[in-house]
Design a protein around this ligand. Sequence first.
Ligand code: SF4
Ligand code: SF4
Length: 383
Amino acid sequence: MTDHTDTATANGSPGAPLWLLAELTYRCPLQCSYCSNPLDFAAVKQELTTDEWIDVLTQARAMGAVQLGFSGGEPLVRKDLETLVAEARRLGFYTNLITSALGLDEARIHALRDAGLDHIQISLQASDPDVAAAVAGSAKAHAKKLAMARAVKEAGYPMVLNVVLHRHNIDQLDTIIALCDDLGADAVELANCQLYGWAHLNRAGLLPSQAQLEAAEATTNRWRQRLAERDRDMRLLFVVPDYYADRPKACMGGWGSIFMTVAPDGAVLPCHSARMLPMDFPNAREHPLQEIWYDSAAFNRYRGDDWMQEPCRSCDERHKDVGGCRCQAYMLTGDPAATDPVCDLSPDHHLIEAARREAADDSRSAQALTLRNARESQVFCRT
Ligand code: SF4
Ligand code: SF4
């Protein structure tokens, strides 16, 4: 392994990873049709053991990572979650549990708090139980989520709710925000569905229309005003979908720049979607994280700007948005080094416009979307 202090990428040495996303498992009791997990997740069988995860956490912390998200799948499926949280606390991480709340109960909330968990983020599907059931593939999940959101708040955690918005729930935004207010949320992430994994498979049935999106933004602004008048401190974060932007976001702050994801089987990725790309990612079972982060071909592949093609290569904005998302470029054009077609300077931007038209013509109900489950995943494991 090279000493990273002497290792220069084409545009200078990368800094340390600040964020570690630990995807503990792809197992999950829900089946959300917008899930960003890989389509072939069922092929991943050998999850890292408790000791292997502790080794990953220890290495990442030694490299300088300070923020740790436990995610999945559903991280509560892992019986060793409390052990991992305690170890993360001992190492000095700020820890966040990203959960559906399925698998949570009062005893576990207290055990996680005793282990030192800093933060819990619960996802809600909708305010209407029928829509929530259709999108999550579970009739019981909605009531459980509401009960656990209340319990998390009572246990003294700052309460962040995450609502993935799509065409089947975005028109209910007024009642969704009212529900979050009633639950006592401190912050609500209204995150328009990012179209990766299962969400990309269901893209035409999930993408809202421009009119829906504008109405949702207006509703959010009305609520911000109302909350301010009541002196109610509930932050509303509205994340616009890429497909209605004219510039891409700087994906993960830049490839291999600050985020490192470790997948359930130990694959180390620059983001949770990247394993869809046609390239090999190193595994934490076989290589130290430091070597992977600084020296691997995968992590150096899209660092800096030498890899960029036109129009990004000569664009003044290339250091601001890093040419967008490599996964989105690959999914839409077949070329992971292409300019993200979200950008209206991209020669492939017409693909985004075509996706919007395709979505406008799609009349599927929420019930008709493909659910994310092991049976459906098997189809992609064979291809
Ligand atoms: S999005 Fe839904 S199905 Fe996917 S991991 Fe989260 S809760 Fe499970
Ligand atoms: S051409 Fe590339 S660098 Fe320029 S704005 Fe578009 S995505 Fe960003």
